[in-house]
Design a protein around this ligand. Structure first.
Ligand code: PLP
Length: 341
């Protein structure tokens, strides 16, 4: 017994690994697919037609673990002694955890002041070497790319092809969990690696759901068709002005007959709140962009028919600062007193 098998063991024949590839795993993948009838109703869709893929249930709390198990395993196989990445937070948390497990150095380039508290605490506790960049994610990524020329280091951003290979397994899981492919796939889009990976996974399965990607209104280069210099949104994981996988996202949209749209921060927070308060599913704000997009189409009476899966990319505990916007009603009492409910 070697512990819970991760996604490389599960999908070995569909991944670029050999018997010589060491398996660096934390038991990632196999995340819940949860039926969300309150969301369906809010979008004007029938019960049983909308599901969320809860990627926050991965070991470090985001889908990044799917790509990281493969990227770190391949880095070890190739003899690397360190990895590095630029990150809005979740990539660094995941890279730090898998690198710690593999005994590799891990250097992370983070945009100053724009990384959620939970994510930063993970990088710290897993022993990552942190470089805080006085700039945005796109600028941090250029620096990480330069530093990656250092001998012995591997870059584990989503430009690393093993990342997308690992991430495509989520599409395999969805098809297995539903017993068929969904008709529509909704997903938040930042650097656009994940929408590219899902589309690859669906295509390899002979499936063709319509791919609907959602960007934050203040960081929507794929909607406007041009890079955004100073991206701005409270959804920090998708606060990206020049997506690395730009072409992959456009291909997913066009080949599938889908769309890439944008949602405002207010729409993102409304979806975040609906999920947490009526479905019991706590995701981080960036993740709620997928559901915000479905609700937006619903309001225009344009929610697509058929089975819809919305990806929730990360765990709500990652970003506790956001919840301070909701003032809880708390009754303060002496110990031992009676409470009338
Ligand atoms: C990384 C991330 C995204 C964006 O994924 P891309 O592959 O960059 O498009 C969205 N949500 C969360 C929580 C993330 O960590």
């Amino acid at each position: 017994m070697s512990g819970t098998p991760g996604l490389i063991a599960r999908w070995r024949d569909r991944l670029p690994v050999t018997a010589r590839t060491p398996l660096i795993t934390l038991g990632e993948g196999n995340t819940p697919l949860v039926r969300v009838d309150r969301v369906a109703k809010a979008a004007g869709l029938p019960p049983g037609s909308v599901f969320v893929k809860v990627e926050g249930a991965n070991p470090t709390g985001s889908f990044k673990d799917r790509g990281m198990t493969l990227a770190i395993s391949k880095a070890v196989e190739s003899g690397a002694t360190g990895v590095l990445c630029a990150s809005t937070g979740n990539t660094s948390a995941s890279a730090a955890a898998y690198a710690a497990r593999a005994g590799l150095r891990c250097v992370v380039f983070l945009p100053a002041g724009k990384v959620a508290a939970g994510k930063l605490s993970q990088a710290v506790m897993h022993g990552a070497e942190i470089v805080e960049v006085a700039g945005n994610f796109d600028e941090a990524l250029v620096m990480a790319g330069e530093a990656a020329k250092t001998k012995g280091f591997a870059l584990v951003n989503s430009s690393n092809p093993f990342r997308l290979q690992g991430q495509k397994t989520a599409a395999f899981e969805i098809i297995e969990q539903l017993g068929r492919a969904p008709d529509n796939h909704f997903i938040p889009v930042g650097n656009a690696g994940n929408i590219t990976a899902y589309w690859m996974g669906y295509k390899e399965s002979g499936a063709k759901p319509r791919m609907f990607g959602w960007q934050a209104a203040g960081a929507a280069p794929l909607v406007s068709g041009k890079a955004v210099k100073n991206p701005s949104t409270l959804a920090t994981a998708i606060r990206i002005g020049c997506p690395v996988s730009w072409n992959g996202a456009i291909a997913a949209r066009d080949e599938s007959g889908g769309a890439i749209g944008k949602v405002t921060d207010a729409e993102i927070l409304a979806a975040y709140r609906l999920l947490s308060s009526t479905e019991g599913v706590f995701c981080e704000p960036s993740s709620a962009a997928s559901v915000a997009g479905l609700l937006k189409l619903g309001r225009a009476r344009k929610a697509p028919a058929g089975l819809t899966v919305c990806v929730l990319t990360g765990n709500g505990l990652k970003d506790p600062g956001i919840t301070a916007r909701w003032k809880p009603k708390i009754r303060r009492v002496k110990a031992g007193g009676a409470i009338k409910l």
